[in-house]
Design a protein around this ligand. Structure first.
Ligand SMILES: [Zn+2]
Length: 215
């Protein structure tokens, strides 16, 4: 382990993102393993297809301990759990190899109000952690170009309308294989609109990766 990593693990020791117990570096939580296995998608393939994405990989169903852990990471001032969730996600079989097939990791843009409320940009933290652990560069090459209503307040068709044209590429993506990262996907509307903006800017291929999916 590098000196900086030792220091970082002392300041913010690795924790199980599900039950929040401190873990020895490089180990996983034995107590949560059975519950995680029950929520895991076979081959990290959730059943939902997102039009506009070539494919989507998610670790687990958004339920039980995974849901609790994600809510803690989002709403209880726990940005450290982004790193822990990414470590857990990359421990799934084939996940590291999958991520390394991409040219660039791009986080789904969060809204100003989300950043203000949390004090951190969660998809960006997930993207950086994914980049650190796989060596694939991460860049915020997408931006939100207009305000939208909160997706959680809306139904499926409304969600799509709400986001139509809301994103635009904000960096060079022409010819790139892009991996979009977010914490959870529900209807896939956000990933779909982000993918459309990236394809418009010339991205060769766009996939998505999330920790969890709701179906
Ligand atoms: Zn645990």
């Amino acid at each position: 382990m590098k000196a900086l990593e030792v220091l970082a693990s002392l300041l913010a020791p690795p924790r199980c993102p599900v039950c929040d117990e401190v873990l020895l570096p490089g180990t996983q939580c034995a107590a949560c393993a059975p519950a995680l296995d029950r929520l895991a998608y076979a081959d990290c393939r959730p059943p939902c297809a997102v039009p506009g994405l070539s494919g989507l990989r998610s670790g687990w169903r958004y339920d039980g301990g995974i849901q609790e852990g994600i809510l803690r990471m989002k709403f209880a001032s726990r940005p450290d759990q982004a790193e822990n969730f990414i470590l857990l996600l990359l421990s799934r079989p084939g996940m590291c190899t999958f991520v390394r097939e991409f040219d660039i990791i791009i986080p789904v843009p969060s809204t100003k109000s989300e950043r203000r409320a949390r004090g951190y940009d969660l998809p960006q933290l997930l993207g950086r952690a994914l980049s650190r652990r796989t060596g694939v560069p991460a860049a915020s090459h997408l931006q939100k170009v207009r305000d939208t209503r909160r997706q959680v307040e809306l139904g499926g068709a409304e969600r799509r309308r709400n986001l139509n044209g809301a994103f635009a590429a904000a960096g060079p993506v022409r010819g790139c294989r892009v991996l979009l990262v977010d914490d959870v996907t529900t209807t896939g509307s956000t990933l779909r609109e982000c993918a459309a903006a990236l394809r418009c800017a010339g991205a060769a291929d766009v996939w998505g990766i999330t920790i969890a999916a709701t179906n």
